[in-house]
Design a protein around this ligand. Sequence first.
Ligand code: SF4
Length: 373
Amino acid sequence: MTELSGLQIFKYLPAAKKTDQTNCKQCGSPTCMAFALKLAKHQTDIEKCPYAPDELKKIYIESSKQPQKTVEIQGVKIGGENVLYRHEKTFINKTALAVVIDMSKPDWKETLERVQNFEITRVNEHLKVDLIITKNGTIPDTLSYEDLQKLPLTEIVDNNFATTAAQLINIRRKAVLEKDEKYSDPVYVYFKHTDNLNLLCARASYYICKYANMLVFEDFDENLMSALMTLRQNIFTDPQKPLQVESKIYEFNNPDENSLIFMTTNFALTFFAVANELESLPVPSYLIVIPAEGMSVLTAWSAEKFTAKIVANTLKKLDFANRVKNRKIIIPGLLAHMKEELEEEIKDFEIVVGTVEAFAIGDFVKNLKSNQA
Ligand code: SF4
């Protein structure tokens, strides 16, 4: 049984049954619905409602059982998953990517160095190989293959795609849908050496989607890792949490005190759309990123996460007025209606309304320059 949603819980409570105890607040929540939503997130105890029927208690306890164990290997957590599809809730721990260093091979030191030095940055995340597993010897701070096999994990050696895929799906379904404890260990797929890295990439990609908790490779290839990490990041983002970038001043093309100044929110997609344009401008610029809980520009404004006060406080905190002589900040065109409000609050700067779409920034800057000339 998958975990109960708030609505499924609510159906058993007095408000849904329209009895006298409806919204009595004895549980500490203002309504039965609020209690049900909290219970679904495990933020309260079912015993707090004296009117919760035994039938609800029974199915709630059953549905709350953890389907898959969480195992920590050298600081890397795997497993702990409790849904089949990310949109049902979220995935918990991303598929770990591990590389085997076989110390009987003459080039093992060189491979180890490449693995240790490999790092990519994507959507503000610094991604590295999660684990190094040694064979035929030991290296400090790594795990030997023998020790890996002693952990409460299920190993599938990838000899045949259809078989591996079927096993992975079967194990996850048994764990999540039936809460069958025999299938509660996290699963890793072991890839033996192959000369066909394209095929390896295709297979590993499928297993990241369904349902490997860890992939262990005898081969190490930077391009393969990079592709898999990119895919993994997409699969394992939490659909309930927008991707955010850090709120700070970003610099493009070595700006000085007279360079252009743009402003946007910390929603990752907005940030990267604007940042790409600023990077390709023939002039240097700053981009001030306002903390807006990862919301896009208009959403942040309507949720009061992008207000004149928040902008003023951010500028103050970043001590930006003292860093530049330019006194014009270009705001997103979608926030044109905030111009006066912002100017009232931010005494140090004049507000210029920029473009609605990021792709128009290049032309906007050209016009700005020709108007100034
Ligand atoms: Fe509803 Fe039970 Fe909370 Fe009363 S105690 S508000 S009946 S959930």
